[in-house]
Design a binder for this molecule. Structure first.
Ligand code: GLU
Length: 464
């Protein structure tokens, strides 16, 4: 590759960062990192009515959470209006753009007539200057739009990084409006000027933009700009095959943070939606960057699979160092209004439970037994804390009051109690779990008990 690789993500700040945009950002980021290039954040905020600062903040927070660090930006299109105007003026001067004074009513009448003739509605070039053509008289006081003078002959062809060669005939393309009567530039035009000025080498975006690409290429050519490569990634579908939307559940990246997902898991999972590296399902960022060379992008749409995301998240949780988990779980508790120190004890508790959790929320749910009082279900108490077990529980409580408080010694005390009362392990262990942990299933009970303060265990076994 001779040109420096520069990619961008260009979200419109009209809402939270959608999973689809996050995936496009991830692909663009990984591709830039793979090639040692630059990744640029550009905020496409020209839709003033729908853009908000809050959405900008949320998008930036989500990118930060995913650790998709950008090298430049955020650039804001609304801060570049002078530049767009300058390019419009240059194009007018050069004749690659022209003023059109058609009123909305005229355009509507034009379309009606075309439809009546069975033609596809399109701008008929009425104000397009041609050698020897007389243009209509300029209506007094009218404010024109500026249209791009699209080539009439030939095709636009590009070799899409995802879809392969795509050819669109110029006859299919209208003379696009690039500037409105009030002087504001239009979306496709701003994108072109930005990609040009920012020297974007590869545009990776959703395939809902495929139709814009031939228009953008034509404008770039008219400007004498070097063309970027384009890669149009298929949409993400919901489990029912429709485009992924709120209807299918959370589509905002930050909802996944709240749901107890780890950014590394999101990155791993999102990367596999529409891209593959052999049979690899689990990989870290470094591997992704090493592998992501722009090949193996899927042509067919990927389907959201919540169970697979949970599987990846469980894997990442399991491989996260306990100290990091402790900090994350402490934050989970903080959001529940409980203050828990991310200390060595919390680390040990995380270590004991982390291999049975799909999310940090689940991990915090497990560890809640250490943090707040438990309320065992009546039916569990009735089933497991029976008259046959009660004397053993009392005896064990007495033993636990007097031993060294560690897993091995606790295990010894349990064994002695079982032998003295002629009980089997599950009988005593289940009763202990119900009373101390508030649930019937836990990891090995001696390990679980050892991570409680002794007083808590004694209190929960009191008066059985
Ligand atoms: N602002 C566009 C969007 O949010 C992205 C345009 C592009 O990537 O060229 O869909």
């Amino acid at each position: 590759m001779t040109r420096r690789v520069r990619t961008r993500i260009a979200p419109s700040p009209t809402g939270f960062l959608h999973l689809g945009t996050a995936r496009t950002a991830l692909f663009s980021w990984a591709f830039a990192r793979h090639h040692g290039g630059d990744f640029i954040l550009r905020i496409e905020d020209t839709d003033v009515a729908r853009s908000t600062q809050e959405a900008v903040d949320q998008i930036i927070a989500a990118m930060k959470w995913l650790r998709l660090d950008h090298d430049e930006g955020p650039y804001y299109q609304m801060q570049r209006l002078d530049r767009y105007k300058q390019v419009v003026d240059q194009m007018l001067a050069k004749g690659t753009a022209y003023h059109c004074y058609c009123t909305p009513e005229e355009l509507e009448a034009m379309r009606e007539a075309q439809r009546a003739r069975g033609e596809k509605p399109r701008y008929d070039g009425r104000w397009r200057p041609e050698p020897g053509k007389a243009l209509p008289p300029v209506p007094a006081g009218a404010k024109p739009v500026v249209r791009f003078r699209n080539p009439v002959d030939g095709d636009v062809t590009w070799n899409d990084m995802v879809k392969g060669p795509i050819t669109i005939s110029n006859r299919e393309l209208d003379d696009l409006i690039i500037c409105r009567p009030d002087g504001t530039p239009t979306y496709n035009f701003c994108v072109v000027v930005d990609d040009w000025d920012m020297q974007i080498s590869h545009v990776i975006r959703g395939d809902d933009h495929v139709n814009n690409t031939p228009r953008q290429i034509n404008i770039l050519r008219a400007l004498g700009a070097e063309l970027p490569e384009y890669g149009h990634v298929p949409m993400i579908l919901g489990p029912d095959g429709d485009k992924l939307s709120k209807r299918h559940g959370a589509v905002s990246v930050m909802q996944y943070e709240e749901g107890g997902y780890l950014p590394d898991a999101m990155v791993n999972y999102l990367a596999r939606l529409g891209w593959s590296h052999g049979d690899d399902e689990l990989f870290d960022r470094e591997q992704l960057v090493a592998w992501f060379d722009g090949s193996h992008l899927a042509r067919s749409p990927a389907q959201w699979d919540a169970a697979k995301l949970n599987w990846v998240n469980a894997h990442v949780i399991k491989h996260t160092p306990d100290a990091e988990l402790a900090a994350l779980v402490a934050a989970q508790f903080a959001s529940r209004g409980a203050s828990v120190a991310a200390d060595a004890l919390l680390e040990q508790r995380c270590a004991l439970f982390k291999d049975r959790c799909a999310t940090l929320v689940e991990l915090a749910d497990w560890l809640a037994m250490y943090v707040v009082d438990v309320s065992p279900r009546e039916e569990d108490v009735a089933q497991h804390v029976t008259d046959a077990v009660r004397p053993a529980l009392q005896a064990l409580r007495d033993r636990l009051a007097a031993i060294d408080w560690d897993k091995g010694t606790i295990a010894g005390a349990i064994k002695e109690t079982l032998a003295a009362h002629g009980l089997k392990m599950p009988q005593l262990a289940h009763a202990l779990r119900v009373l101390v942990c508030g649930r019937v299933q836990t990891p090995s009970i001696d390990a679980v008990l050892a991570l409680f303060p002794r007083e808590t265990v004694l209190r929960r076994l009191q008066g059985v």
